[in-house]
Design a protein around this ligand. Sequence first.
Ligand code: CP
Length: 364
Amino acid sequence: MPKGMSYEEFKESLSDHDARRRVLCKDDRPFHVLLSQQFGRPDIDRLCDTATAIRRLDRHREGRGFLRAVLSGYRVMHLFSQPSTRTAQSFLAGADKLGATSRTVTDLSTSSFAKGESVADAVRTLSSFFDAIVVRHHEDDFATQAAWALSSSARPIPVISAGSGRSQHVTQSLLDVYTLRYSFADRGGIEGKTILIIGDISRNRAARSLAYLMTKYRQPRVYFVSPRDYVPDGDLLDYLKKHEIEVRIHERLETMLREHGRQIDAMYITRLQQEWDEGGPPSELGSSEAYVLKPEYRELIRPDCVLMHPLPRVNELPDDWEDHPGFVVWRQVRNGMWIRAAVFATVHGADEEIRARARRLDLL
Ligand code: CP
């Protein structure tokens, strides 16, 4: 990052391709991990190959021993101001796989934020004890502020977003494309596929991050089913348009499936994000029937349609769907660990070494 860059300049640079790479990359590889847009196609392919290498090395006697030494001595701080099961535990497990040690803070009222400490002072303090910070925070810009503060300091360490307010959940989208890549391995990959994303898109960080990441593939179609008040926001739609992605938006799932169901290659179902409702979430959580996957919809989609959900789910993806041939939700969960281990390896510059060892053992 250029010396003396203000936070406003840093934030502004995130909307420009070249400027973004200058502030978020080191030696031409991702360093801070904040946004789907920051990943180029070669970055994604390398990250997925690294995740596969880690997954296969972990099953191999010599490979497992090698992995445990890759980040031996590294310490990771996991700072989670919002609830999490999958993301938090898969980051911790991913760090374990590479031999790093972790500490977690989940109740920020026990930290000096409660005494008014700034984001900059807090993360600079943490950088004295840790080699990376993983952060989930209810404010969209918390991770960005942390990345800027650390890049401005004498001890820059990577900041990895584990979910930023309503805006982005970048590592979720990376594990989602890793899962899609596997699902479409015998069908020509993700290129040219039609992905339907269901939920309140404008405030669903996982849905938004996945839509942004789809632009890195050749000619996909991105369709949305969304309540009228939460249709994709202008920034996302402009980005998809700039990348010449065909977009359709419907308000009801049934209408979308009746018109386009046979053409859809993957459905990404999400719960409504009611924790953001004004006045707090309603006492009864769950989607209205317009966003629930009903049994009769099996007739409207192809048997090879891939069914995904970032979880947690409420009522929108009933258990009955688990026997559908395209149901890959539990594979997504497991892939979260491999992708997050690959993210740690990448930001610490250890990814090439991992892929090379996997190749040497004939695992890649
Ligand atoms: N997918 C996801 O972010 O799940 P958690 O909220 O449990 O981390």
